[in-house]
Design a protein around this ligand. Sequence first.
Ligand code: PLP
Length: 579
Amino acid sequence: MVHLASVPGPDTRQLAERPKKVQLQLSNDEDDFTTSVYGSRYAAQDLPRHEMPEREMPKEVAYRMIKDELSLDGNPMLNLASFVTTYMEEEAEKLMTEAFPKNFIDYEEYPQSAEIQNRCVSMIARLFHAPEGNSEHAGAIGTSCVGSSEAIMLAVLAMKKRWKNRRLAEGKPCDRPNLVMSSAVQVCWEKACRYFEIEEKLVYCTPERYVIDPEETVKLVDENTIGICCILGTTYTGEYEDVKGVNDLLMKKGLNVPIHVDAASGGFVAPFVVPDLEWDFRLEHVVSINVSGHKYGLVYPGIGWVVWRSAEYLPQELVFNINYLGADQASFTLNFSKGASQVIGQYYQFIRLGKHGYRAIMSNLTRIADYLSDSLEALGFIIMSKKSGEGLPLVAFRLPPKEDRHYDEFSLAHQLRVRGWVVPAYTMAPHTGNMKMLRVVVREDFTKNRCDNLINDIRSSQALLEQMDRESIKRQEEFIHKHHTASGKATHNHPKFRGYRERNTRSKARQARLTLSAKTAAHHERSFSIEQKRDIKTGQVVSSKTTAVQTANVGQQATLSLELPGGRQLMTFRISCPM
Ligand SMILES: Cc1ncc(COP(=O)(O)O)c(C=O)c1O
């Protein structure tokens, strides 16, 4: 008979009685990595973190150590939070790599790179129906930038300067410029206003409307308005704002106010998917447009564009005519040096794909976004984004209202993170009743197959959350936040700027920071909800009120979970004075 024999474990009693026979003999070959990088002493040491090391290390080791460290980053393909390009063809990559040593600003040394930029500006301006012409005042003008943020800074500076020059010529004060824009603007608009001392006049979204209302927008215009921003594809829901509506109202009322279109994402989508939509230079009041080459322009991060209807809208004082390395150059940028690779990558995409290629890609993205939208609707989600090309190819969605559900959009986002997906959860723009939402950006490499994988993972994540109790969900969320996200792990922020992100996510977020740092007036405290106060050592919930902390002991540590527009934030702080 054959016995199924079990393998016995070691007899620990016997082992303990035996004399130790093994002698530890570790290699001590200095600097030797001929066996492999992992056989070298570097593999058993810490990587230098704070101080530049005294000695060199072999290039193979440096490469492998950094590559290994970076493998803990997320997978860009699964990052559905970002609009930024994660796929380019090898030929494009090769061209871009070959251009690494070129400083784009050295026009004299690299005239072809400069020429290629000009070709791109020309193609983009024509795509946006800019008036053509070669005289001093006719014909569009534009430049490449690092991204839409720089492009917007330049456009805002131009609008401000033009307004100021006009006011000075009229003998009127020019110390209180303002910009009219949606409360759903990307943070770079807030940055531009703060850096250039311009008042933000916000047209608030509502729980039913996630874009500007043209009537309200035009009503906010006054003599100090330097311009109006309209967004072609808001960051929150991707919906296109009604640029034509604003333009026509300005015309009707005879108001001489310029419009800048923030077409960061939509600028390379709408012209191909909805070519009849009038949002660009076809509209008389549109004086400048920005677009990100690194979003639907299909280039790796580091490129944006800004185009003005004509040189008339770009005051001469802002343009620097510099003599650099023997050549006279006109330049309007915030930075001086930058790489030429991205400009070259953009030109590659333009000539490689042509209008037909861009249309084919954008059409597929629109189809996949519609498919995802329908599938999520079938799973019971409420869809907040537009379909069929009425907005960007993205899907913004939220859970249907249900009182006894013990998880929310943030819990679902955290759960998906475990599978590698980055699907951000947000709170909608101010004045929308703290509406929570999730958003999936459909990019070139998000195929139908990948979309199906995501839908399956959303379904199974929801099923898992349904089975979990409230406390376990919270504990798991905190763990994932702390160990899987950069904000949770961040330890390097200077104490003075801790909470920087919160302050820069507008309105409630800014106030939240004020409360925590200054512990000031009650109206700040009321403006954000504290979900939980936990003792950081025991992990026990001290309080789970949704109002601000009322009493706490000096020296006590607490963790607060704050609902902020940029996502849920966990903050740990020590009470340093009675609140
Ligand atoms: C509408 C809008 N404007 C501006 C920006 C900033 O663009 P960039 O990242 O190219 O600086 C973004 C980025 O997502 C955006 O969505």
